[in-house]
Design a protein around this ligand. Structure first.
Ligand code: NDP
Length: 320
């Protein structure tokens, strides 16, 4: 009777180390990844016990792939204890917006739309688990750079997250529109905006479903994991300096092991049963830091914004 989690984007970085930490807690895992071969190599390199995991293909940037993944899972008849929405793409050097097969800007399509559809389609399974009084959590990675309540969320490179009044989504979010607020394309900001949407989506999930179902909905910021592949498309000099800067100047740096363990705590551990929280360990990190509920910006907490975002996203991805 091992609990089961689905983890998106576990082939590297935080997701890989979160998988490792959950396996150590004796969880069973479905590793939902874009590249199964890469995942297999990573699992072998980290000596994952092959009886504890399965690798399933999932491209979050393609809504057909998300729907096929959920169908496969539902057909398998398994009970889900946790969905961990971890995968993300960050493409700060794009000159022109890249598009998903459905025609949406790719960072928002992958990081936000893909997880929105996955979360909503797997929710009924989590609700049934919670109804049976078993562990049922939906956990999503947020980030400091998308939260203007914090210093890291105010950095104007290339601009702070700002989804405006969702003008770009309201206008259909297809070419030439590439930003949620309908303004000119800024690839680094598209990532931040998508992560802000992840955090706003969690608030709406909490509002709609927590009290009536008992499913726990949280986001978290595990610290600045400056050495992951997330930064693979940044300039080489940035990739050299950024970890040093985070270790020595901001002290925000955390190792992939520590970040992965923090994620596993929020997914699995008994003292994370409060729902509707954005968990953080702060920005000046050390292994002994205690987690706390981090406030989100006023904008992210706006009830109207989260309702509007939920509804317009549903329309764009073809859900009721
Ligand atoms: P990585 O790049 O190491 O991991 C991202 C994962 O997402 C990879 O496994 C990648 O797969 C996967 N992925 C990307 N695109 C898709 C897709 N279309 N479909 C399925 N999977 C996809 O970065 P991190 O570990 O740093 O990031 C993990 C999460 O942590 C993200 O949500 C990020 O926003 C968040 N985060 C990271 C921080 C940091 O400092 N690194 C700080 C705060 C939050 P592939 O290997 O095939 O590309």
């Amino acid at each position: 009777n091992q609990p089961l989690a689905i983890i998106t984007g576990s082939s590297s970085g935080v997701g890989l180390y979160a998988a490792k930490a959950l396996l150590a807690r004796k969880w069973r895992l479905i590793l939902a990844v874009r590249d199964p071969q890469k995942m297999e190599l990573a699992a072998k390199a980290h000596q994952f016990d092959s009886s504890q995991y399965e690798i399933w293909q999932l491209d979050l940037g393609n809504l057909d792939s998300v729907r096929a993944f959920v169908k496969r899972f539902n057909d398998s008849g398994q009970k889900l204890n946790a969905l961990l929405c971890n995968a993300a793409t960050y493409l700060p050097l794009l000159k022109e917006p890249a598009r998903s097969p459905q025609g949406f800007e790719i960072s928002v399509a992958t990081n936000y739309f893909g997880h929105y559809v996955l979360s909503r389609m797997l929710l009924e399974n989590l609700i049934q688990t919670a109804k049976a009084h078993e562990h049922a959590r939906l956990i999503t990675l947020g980030t400091v750079t998308a939260n203007s309540e914090e210093f890291g969320g105010k950095v104007p490179i290339p601009a702070p997250a700002d989804i405006g009044a969702l003008e770009g989504l309201m206008a259909g979010f297809k070419a030439p529109i590439a930003m949620i607020n309908g303004k000119p394309f800024k690839p680094g900001k598209a990532y931040k905006d998508s992560k802000l949407c992840n955090m706003v989506m969690n608030r709406e999930l909490q509002k709609r479903y927590h009290a009536s179902t008992g499913v726990i909905f949280n986001t978290l910021y595990p610290g600045c994991v400056a050495e992951t592949a997330l930064f693979r498309d940044t300039p080489p000099l940035f990739q050299k300096i950024f970890p040093w800067f985070q270790k020595n100047i901001t002290k925000g740096y955390v190792s992939q092991e520590l970040a992965g363990d923090r994620v596993a705590q929020v997914v699995a551990d008994p003292h994370f049963t409060q729902s509707g929280v954005h968990w953080s360990w702060g920005n000046r990190n050390s292994a002994i830091r205690e987690p706390f509920a981090q406030e989100l910006s006023m904008k992210a907490k706006s009830e109207k914004l989260s309702k509007d975002l939920w509804e317009i996203t549903a329309k764009l991805v073809g859900m009721p």
